[in-house]
Design a protein around this ligand. Structure first.
Ligand code: SF4
Ligand code: SF4
Ligand code: SF4
Ligand code: FES
Length: 946
């Protein structure tokens, strides 16, 4: 997969999928293509290149440049091949003397208004204008450059990642169409007419415009007009490696383009099945963190957290770590240590961490950050449908007629899927948004929610129950589906429950704040509008009733028969790149890989034989239990890989106290993150560019991560865990992650058919992949549910104990923003911070006014567990009574305020509901002052190590 750099192949116009094939000849070559295909694309598929400028296969043809003219037998004139669809029996000629002359004349006009600085142009050698001039045989330009031209047009360098140089623009509008069709932002237009026409970002600079820096226009531009700054600085790449984005759960495929060992561009991969050549500002541009000066590249150890760090060899570091862990176990018992695996690491790395805990530590104290995000998804979907994962492909949304987005903000948190969803909505699908906040989808360019149900935080279950109640009592449910696919007794119990008056929209309105009529109308639309697909996020799971909400979603899908085929389904939008994988790989204290209980003797026996080690049958600690046990003195050692619990977990002061009480904290990460400041051993991590492995995205898609450069610290993360395991006495041997995947496949039925060879061949595949589905399973539960019959579960609404009061009258809810990622450790070390340099508190004008708060004021946020200070922004995206912030910056302390309340089934924290008071202040909080002092101390101790 490492190859010399080549621009992505461009077939000229988008593919068509008609079942009807059309046969024609092009330059005498017979070809058959789906009806609706353009002549240009048919030619490209036959290996014939027609010169082109304004056409590209990511957007619909426009037919403006007239370079792609062809001759068609029986047709007058010279039609443009990009806008002419194929027809049965058509005979096309792409080359003739007349065509050559016409094309040369057109090219001559373009070139006469284009700087001829090819030798010094940054994209020299990777320019379609240059190529087209060569293809049409242009040798001279008759018109000269004296006339009116655009050669001195001013550059726009406002965007940190790309430059717009209008002097090179040929006004082909590929960028405008990419922004509209691919990204759905509509930031660009062609202003003016004729000679005066030019590309404009709404009359503003790119930075001041609506642009979200996805880079689709840069990809589409055939000239050097829109060019990545890294290409301007370093020139075009030499070689490329196909890999997978290390940010969100969409799992976009990329070609990492290199010069030597330096990444010069991340090009979204057209064959990436999750992204089809699109990307967002994070994956596309925010890769600078991989070589940031803050990277720690030498292992470090110290006696106490107030000692200076000491840089040591890998051997000394892992020996020291193992000795300390063993000493803890000797003093406090075998269950006094554990580990947290990383949803940012590969499947293979996660596999090794849980194996180390089970065989090297001798217990099940293994958990992962899914605990604090999607653990209710795992639980809820397993109970109802039988498998802890989403049911669809992302592409399935293109067949949805009614789309429900609940507690998710796809255009910010899953941007490439957000763009695909907007495309489907522009095609006419209906949209129901259930969210306390007015997310972008409610009112985006050419996209408007049919219903926005602004649910009061904490009442999701009541909303879903009321939707189900409406569907059942109005007879809109799918009885055939229920009869043939679901457990009848469970359905009867549920039916009796849901029909109760307390679940009606009228009765639940008092909890949800949603007018009964709106809720009824939305329910009718979902039940009767054709294919209904539900997409949900952390606004569903991070509640005291997170698992109940997931089950209520599954109930709704089964009730309407909206599961088990394309265009429908239950779709959790997973947050981090490999959160699905980290769960699949057995990072839970009660489950071995493949979601099989540790208490099951037969399952355990399989692993015991394979691993040559007895396994503990008793479930271990979840993350919150680890903290509790640390504070009560029974849990004393933790190995934390790629997870910043000190910033990401709720009730920061409680987490900090737990971390301080540990006798051995080993942190493996790229940077000295907040958690590492409490550590005794620091093992340098490796970025996704430095290792081989696989990630599994939100659609269960397993994709390869490929090593493109040497690990900066000398070891990839899997090698570090291997070294630690050996130091703990494990007799392991792996030379390459492919061997770990082979072990995963041997021991995990849903991965039985997965191998690196197959992934290389297919590009990616969705589990289950086994004998019954050797190329994977795009849509789950077809024909029957994984658990056999689907199970309706009674979902009684129980209000959270986190209530507003006179002292804490507002509800704080949290979320994410496009430019930053999770705790920000990666994105804060890139130019992305220009868009979001600090976390901001959104507050409705009514709530601000009664407190005398103006836009930009510092405000204190006080909850029952802590307080912090943020800058206020007046916003009508939030409803009165609800305030909102993000948690991307460590000093914001959003999680100082969030509480220990959690989901009843999985302990997933209730981040989305915190009762608070807000007031105007002029100084940081006590916690922020302490945090700053501690940070200064830790930075100084780090400095001493160098
Ligand atoms: S970067 Fe994306 S959002 Fe910005 S103008 Fe280009 S296509 Fe539009
Ligand atoms: S900026 Fe590039 S893509 Fe856009 S009109 Fe100009 S040449 Fe075409
Ligand atoms: S959408 Fe997610 S996976 Fe795709 S480029 Fe953006 S951050 Fe990466
Ligand atoms: S490529 Fe067909 S008209 Fe421009």
């Amino acid at each position: 997969m490492l190859g010399f750099y080549q621009p992505e192949k461009d077939q000229g116009t988008p593919a068509r999928t008609s079942p009807q094939q059309v046969s024609l000849t092009i330059d005498g070559i017979a070809i058959s293509v789906p009806a609706g295909t353009s002549v240009m694309r048919a030619a490209a598929e036959a290996g014939i290149k027609v010169p082109k400028l304004c056409a590209t296969d990511s957007v619909e043809a426009f037919g403006s440049c007239r370079v792609c003219l062809v001759e068609i037998a029986g047709h007058k004139g010279y039609p443009a091949s990009c806008t002419t669809p194929v027809a049965e029996g058509m005979a096309v000629k792409t080359q003739s003397g007349a065509l050559a002359k016409l094309r040369r004349n057109v090219m001559e006009l373009y070139i006469s208004d284009h700087p001829l600085d090819c030798l010094t142009c940054p994209t020299n050698g990777d320019c379609e204008l240059q190529d087209a001039a060569g293809e049409v045989g242009l040798r001279a330009v008759r018109y000269g450059f004296e006339g009116e031209n655009h050669l001195n047009a001013e550059k726009d360098t406002s965007n940190p990642y790309f430059t717009f140089d209008p002097s090179k623009c040929i006004v082909c509008s590929r960028c405008v169409r990419a922004c509209e069709e691919v990204q759905g932002t509509f930031a660009l237009t062609i202003e003016g007419r004729g000679f005066d026409s030019k590309v404009s970002a709404g009359g503003k600079t790119f930075m001041d415009s609506e642009c979200v820096s996805c880079g689709a226009c840069v990809n589409a531009c055939p000239t050097a007009t829109l060019t990545e700054n890294t290409i301007i600085d370093h020139g075009i790449p030499e070689h490329s490696v196909i890999t997978t984005c290390a940010y969100c759960g969409v799992g976009c495929g990329f070609k990492a383009d290199f010069k030597g060992e330096q990444v010069v561009r991340m090009t979204p991969w057209k064959d990436g099945k999750a992204n089809h050549g699109h990307a967002c500002v994070k994956g596309r541009f925010a890769f600078g963190y991989t070589t940031h000066r803050d990277r720690i590249t030498r292992p470090m150890i110290r006696g106490s957290i107030h000692d200076p760090w000491r840089e040591v060899s890998w051997d000394e570091a892992v020996t020291y770590a193992a000795t300390r862990l063993k000493a803890v176990q000797q003093q406090y018992g075998v269950k006094s240590i554990g580990a947290i695996s990383s949803s940012r690491c590969t499947n293979e790395e996660v596999w090794l961490v849980q194996k180390l805990v089970r065989t090297g530590f001798g217990n099940n104290n293994i958990d992962t950050c899914a605990r604090v995000c999607h653990s209710p998804t795992g639980y809820g979907l397993k109970q109802t449908l039988g498998e802890s994962a989403g049911t669809q492909t992302f592409d399935s949304v293109m067949l949805a007629d009614v789309i429900v987005v609940m507690g998710a903000n796809p255009t910010e948190a899953h941007p490439v899927f957000g763009s695909q969803l907007k495309r489907r909505l522009r095609q006419g699908a209906k949209l129901i948004v259930i969210d306390p906040r007015q997310i972008e989808l409610v009112n985006a360019p050419h996209v408007h929610a049919d219903y926005h149900l602004p649910v009061r935080p904490g009442s999701n279950v009541a909303v879903l129950n009321a939707m189900a109640h409406t569907i059942v009592t109005e007879g809109l449910h799918n009885q055939d589906f229920i009869d043939s696919r679901c457990e009848q007794d469970a359905f009867a119990d549920w039916l009796a429950f849901i029909q109760r008056d307390e679940n009606s929209p009228e009765q639940t309105e008092i909890h949800t704040g949603i007018p009964a009529d709106d809720l009824r109308a939305a329910a009718r639309l979902y039940a009767t509008g054709g294919n209904g697909a539900i997409y949900y996020g952390l606004g569903v799971t991070e509640h005291s009733q997170g698992s109940t909400t997931v089950m209520a979603i599954a109930n709704l899908a089964m009730l309407t028969g909206n599961v088990s085929r394309e265009g429908v389904g239950v779709n959790p939008l997973r947050g981090q790149n490999n959160v699905q994988g980290s769960c699949d790989m057995g990072s839970f204290p009660h489950e071995l890989p493949g979601y099989r209980p540790v208490s099951d003797d037969a399952v355990r026996a399989t692993f015991e034989v394979a691993w040559g080690s007895a396994l503990d049958a008793e479930p271990g600690h979840r993350i919150p239990n680890m903290f509790e046990a640390a504070l009560d003195g029974t849990f004393r050692g933790l190995y934390c890989q790629g997870e910043d619990i000190a910033q990401s977990d709720p009730n920061t002061q409680h987490v900090e106290a737990a971390l301080r009480s540990l006798e051995c904290l080993i942190v493996q990460d790229l940077f000295l993150n907040e958690t590492a400041k409490f550590a005794h051993v620091f093992l340098p991590g490796s970025s996704f560019l430095e290792k081989d492995g696989t990630f599994t995205n939100a659609e269960r898609r397993i994709s390869r991560v490929r090593r493109a450069m040497e690990p900066l610290a000398g070891k990839a993360d899997w090698q570090t865990t291997l070294a630690l395991a050996k130091a703990m006495g494990c007799n392991w041997h792996y030379d390459h992650p492919a061997e770990i995947m082979a072990e995963i496949a041997r021991l995990t039925p849903t991965f039985a058919g997965v191998s690196y060879d197959k992934l290389d061949k297919l590009g990616s595949l969705q589990w289950p992949c086994n004998e019954g589905a050797p190329e994977g399973t795009p849509i789950m539960h077809v024909g029957q549910f994984v658990r056999g019959l689907g199970k309706f579960v009674v979902t009684e609404y129980v209000a959270t104990t986190e209530r507003t009061s006179r002292k804490f009258p507002l509800i704080l809810t949290t979320g994410r923003i496009l430019s930053q990622y999770n705790v920000g450790a990666q994105t804060r070390r890139t130019e992305n911070s220009v868009w979001h340099p600090e976390d901001i508190l959104e507050i409705h004008a009514q709530d601000a006014e009664v407190r005398g708060i103006n836009d930009g004021d510092w405000v204190g946020i006080q909850s029952r567990v802590g307080n912090t200070v943020l800058r206020a922004k007046l916003s009508d995206r939030v409803q009165p009574g609800v305030i909102y912030t993000t948690f991307h910056h460590p000093f914001s302390g959003a999680n100082v305020v969030t509480t220990d309340n959690s989901d009843w089934a999985t302990s997933c924290p209730e981040y989305k509901v915190t009762a608070v008071q807000v007031s105007k202040v002029n100084a940081p909080s006590d916690w922020q002052n302490r945090q700053r002092a501690f940070d200064r101390e830790q930075q100084a101790l780090l400095y001493d190590a160098h």
